[in-house]
Design a protein around this ligand. Structure first.
Ligand code: F0G
Length: 459
């Protein structure tokens, strides 16, 4: 809305889902029972759930109407054809494999392309992407631009990939040993930061020159397009969808978790240009996901994805989306809370290492902040640091992650401005006695994706 400083949510609320308001002593008990891992809390023990923006969107009335129109035929359903048409128009890829979510597409593609001796290169692999690649026996290497790893540094496209390192890695490993180059837009684990069209174009031409497969991990492609339009010269007059189409055009294929910019609660896909590769992947799809025209999805899911992928590019929605995340981020900055600047599209990332400088990385400052946010305000967030990405060396010593972040992910079309103001107030209340907060140790953990189920003990 031009001429106003207040940006209103561009929707009215037709159906409400009550939040149960809890007390401090209830939350203390709940957190202890969840072994200080908010992934193990029940959702009704949480007041504001910022665990993820994935699958947590509120669907529109059009999408709910689409749910009723879903065609549940096993093969060749109308809803499948509708989804295929929308994805085809967006990505330009002739082959589409529907999957129940992003990681199912990752497992199919990366188990086929991966294996011992293969290397995958990304601006930053998301945790499930890395896990799928490493599970196949291959290695996953992250090469964000150096600016991307300095939380306070302002840069318009901190999600970009380091092109010099990309060329050097391809030369060092040998092009035939590169499973794929995976560009994550926006760069979730790197702070939800966007990737410029110029960077994507250069990656595309380096991959083409070396005959290396170039895959877009595109689950937040609409949010990325917003930043290109508003920050990259030459794109001011493009609409958001055209920008996304141009980026897809540069790649050999795309993996999408539709649970983000598909504005749905479940779904994903793998879109490819190469016939042989898509046939090989289809074989794997049929074994574990389902027949080629539904993958792991109901007809109604595919109908909702087709509608969501159109709605997400609507300017009023995208402006509200990006500005409401920035609203929270700017409030926290004005309180002096260290966050990744500039604010990303789907989440505010707090730099927990600076927030709790007295807690060493071996005692997980990010997890400590996650616990405090829950105790003080019933807010559920997630650590993206050494709990999620830390490794042990041969001596069993922790090799920490590059950053110790806490992600406040904002579900799409779910919370209002007063929820954002409440979150700021919780931070305000954490500030005075932050020196007294202690770290945690892990008492139990699985081998892969340990952050989901690990148990902790307060030190
Ligand atoms: N790629 C990226 C960049 C993601 O952020 C995610 C999921 C996936 C792939 C996997 O998709 O969940 O549908 O299997 N991210 C969620 C998150 C879980 O909270 O950021 P999925």
């Amino acid at each position: 809305m031009e001429g106003f400083k207040t940006i209103i949510e561009p929707f009215k609320i037709k159906m409400v889902e009550p939040i149960s308001i809890t007390t401090y002593s209830q939350r203390k008990h709940y957190l202890e029972s969840a072994h200080y891992n908010p992934f193990l809390l029940n959702s009704d023990q949480v007041m504001i759930d910022l665990l993820t923006d994935s699958g947590t969107s509120a669907m529109s009335s059009e999408q709910w109407a689409g749910i009723m129109r879903g065609d549940e035929s096993y093969a060749g359903a109308r809803s499948w054809r509708r989804m295929k048409e929308v994805v085809h128009e967006l990505t330009g890829c002739p082959y589409l494999l529907p999957t129940h979510q992003g990681r199912a597409a990752e497992r199919i593609l990366y188990s086929y392309l991966g294996g011992k001796g293969k290397t995958f290169i990304s601006n930053t692999h998301f945790d499930t992407t890395r896990a799928n690649i490493e599970f196949s026996g291959a290695e996953a290497i992250d090469i964000p631009i150096p600016e991307g790893t300095v939380p306070s540094l302002e840069h318009p496209f901190k999600g970009n990939m380091d092109l010099k390192r990309l060329e050097a890695l391809i030369a060092e490993k040998g092009a035939q040993n590169i499973g794929a180059v995976v560009l994550t837009v926006t760069n979730n684990s790197g702070g939800g930061q966007p990737v410029s069209m110029e960077n994507a174009r250069e990656i595309g031409s380096i991959c083409k020159k070396n005959h290396v497969l170039f895959i877009l991990d595109c689950c937040r492609i609409a949010e990325n397009s917003y930043y290109i339009k508003h920050r990259e010269a030459g794109y001011e007059h493009y609409d958001y969808k055209t920008i996304a189409q141009e980026m897809f055009n540069l790649a050999d294929g795309a993996i999408m978790s539709a649970k983000k910019d598909g504005l749905v609660n479940m779904g994903g896909f793998l879109a490819l240009r190469d016939k042989e590769l898509s046939e090989a992947c289809q074989n794997l799809l049929i074994i574990t996901e389902g027949f080629t025209t539904y993958g792991g999805l109901s007809g109604r899911d595919m109908e909702a994805i087709a509608i969501g992928l159109e709605e997400v590019f609507e300017p009023d929605y995208l402006v509200y989306r990006i500005k409401s995340t920035a609203f929270l981020g700017d409030h926290l900055t004005s309180l002096g809370v260290p966050i990744i600047r500039p604010v990303g599209g789907h989440a505010v990332y707090v730099d927990a290492k600076s927030f709790y400088p007295h807690i060493p990385v071996e005692e997980y400052p990010g997890q400590a902040l996650v616990c405090e946010l829950y105790l003080k305000g019933g807010i559920r967030s997630v650590e993206i640091g050494s709990v999620m990405f830390g490794k042990y060396d041969e001596a069993g010593k922790l090799v920490p992650a590059a950053m110790e972040l806490v992600r406040l992910a904002i579900p799409r079309r779910v919370y209002t401005q007063s929820h954002m103001e409440f979150i700021s107030e919780v931070f305000e209340k954490l500030l005075p006695d932050k020196e007294s907060v202690t770290g945690l140790e892990i008492t139990q953990e699985p081998k892969f994706l340990r952050h989901f189920t690990a148990h902790f003990r307060r030190l």
